[in-house]
Write a new protein. Sequence first.
Length: 277
Amino acid sequence: MFISSVLDTTAIDEKQVQSFFSKLTLEKLLYAAVLLVLCAVLIKLILKAADKLFSHSKLDHTIFGFLRTTTKAILIFIAVMLVAGTLGVDTSSLLAILSVAGLAVSLSMQTALSNVAGALMILTAKPFRAGDYVQIGDKAGTVLTIGAVYTSLRTYDNQIIYLPNSQITTGSIVNMTSEDVRRIDVNVSASYDDAADKVRAALCAAAAAHEKTLRDRPVEAHVFSYGDSSIQYVLRFWARTEDYWTCYNDVLDGMQEVFSAAGITMCYPHINVHMGS
């Protein structure tokens, strides 16, 4: 109703069109052409100055691109209104029509606009950058790009995931590379028949023996839980962020050999069935 009423009040009939062209003179056309050229030159100079300022600033490239595009659109809109006014166009009616059109477009592109707003929030707050390894909800991977609509991640198995920015800003974000070092947790199972002190010592020795384990951070092993057929242990040690997966995989791969050398039984889920005679 609101849109239709505005359109009704701004409708242009045949008489208005004839009146407009009857008042159009060569002088007005020349003046409008000169004004249009001046506006184009001015817009170009403003954008060139903005580019120069950006080259000396620390503003994110994506944010600058968005601001530059928005500024250019506003300047072009002002130029069009000035030229239209010079030609005798009723700019108030034109402004009303453009406002209604803008409202309709914004309503139809609500999801896209929320993603753009999410991109600005990400680039402003900087919870992560391109190259960081993050977990967003149940998705994890290395950030490739932060776009206006989507953020792309490369997973550990080399898949590309595109996440809407609005979804990112409303969920939880875990940045695993924001710090220089990370703690590594390795979970293993051992038999109830093996003394806990013996298992913990073997686990700590396995982590301490790795060349990339940080010596200035603690190496710990604790009982995590008691299962039906085994005791669950957690080994915790530290490494530099870039060495995380190397340390994790190496220690986990060598755990069976470490347990065998120490005479510890590595357990797996099983069921003991006792049958009476």
